[in-house]
Write a protein that binds this ligand. Structure first.
Ligand SMILES: [Zn+2]
Ligand SMILES: [Zn+2]
Length: 274
């Protein structure tokens, strides 16, 4: 098995469909020895005024968004407590407490994020950016699709600059789904190579990894996040990779790990050691 653990997973109470225990059971059935739970840690005082927030309420997953660090802690403290209880009940499995944290650069974010991390003591932190700050609001990747072409270019550029800053911050264990704009068909042109390069160099400099996120394997575009051209840069810069299924339900666990493993061998990528 190329990787007998999964660390990028989401569970019920956040935006996942299944309980931590059922995710653990599924991982065990697949022969995994370790599972990490990495629910969203997204804190921004204006998050509930964004265009996409009502959709999250309607969809039943608004719990992933917090206006304050206190609010996020109120969710994560009992969540981590539950994971600790499950460790005792599943001694054959190593269950890790992770998080997928959105990087923001508003005044005070970093300081308070570090305080929250001090309290929670997660085993690892996945860095991500699902939003771009624009015109006094936050635009989610789904909003980028509907912007006019000129604005899209600005948004993609801001996205990559944000990713490079997040990678350089030293706060994260690895970076999630690096070329996320691809989700809505954006940022695939050659012109973005220099921005991708800067993000990879920032990851190399702070000695963190990136993930091969297998949630993007689709019939129309059979590849993970990020693209081969980014993975080649990772290989050249000695940036290690980890395979992530980004599982939001039990059936997603371990998806396309074989294909991702083949990419690791073909591109001679280093893997993130835990
Ligand atoms: Zn994500
Ligand atoms: Zn995720």
């Amino acid at each position: 098995m190329i990787q007998d653990y999964t660390l990028h997973t989401h569970t019920v109470g956040f935006d996942g469909r299944d309980s931590v225990q059922s995710m653990v059971n599924r991982a065990r059935d697949l022969g995994f020895k370790t599972i990490g739970v990495s629910n969203h840690f997204i804190v921004n005082p204006i998050i509930k005024y964004t265009k996409m927030y009502p959709f999250s309420v309607h969809g039943g997953y608004s719990n992933i968004y917090s206006s304050s660090f206190d609010e996020a802690l109120l969710r994560f403290v009992p969540h981590y407590h539950e994971i600790e209880m499950l460790r005792e009940q599943n001694p054959d499995m190593k269950i890790l407490r992770g998080m997928e944290a959105d990087f923001f650069d508003y005044n005070g974010w970093r300081e308070r994020f570090e305080m929250a991390i001090n309290i929670l003591q997660p085993d690892y932190i996945i860095g991500s950016a699902h939003f771009v700050s624009y015109n006094g609001t936050l635009l989610n990747s789904h909003d980028w699709k509907n912007a006019d072409e000129q604005t899209q270019k600005i948004l993609i550029q801001k996205y990559w600059e944000n990713i490079a800053r997040a990678a350089a911050s030293g706060l994260f264990t690895w970076m999630a789904h690096l070329d996320l704009p691809k989700k809505v068909g954006l940022g695939v042109e050659e012109q973005w190579v220099e921005f991708e390069q800067r993000a990879i160099e920032a990851a190399a400099k702070s000695k963190i990894g990136i993930e091969i996120n297998t949630s993007f394997y689709r019939s129309f575009c059979y590849e993970p996040y990020p693209s081969n051209r980014i993975l080649k840069m990772a290989a050249e810069n000695n940036v290690p990779v980890i395979i992530s299924d980004d599982a939001h339900e039990t059936k997603n666990i371990g998806r396309h790990f074989d294909e991702a493993g083949q990419l690791i061998r073909d591109l001679n990528l280093k893997t993130l050691t835990r």
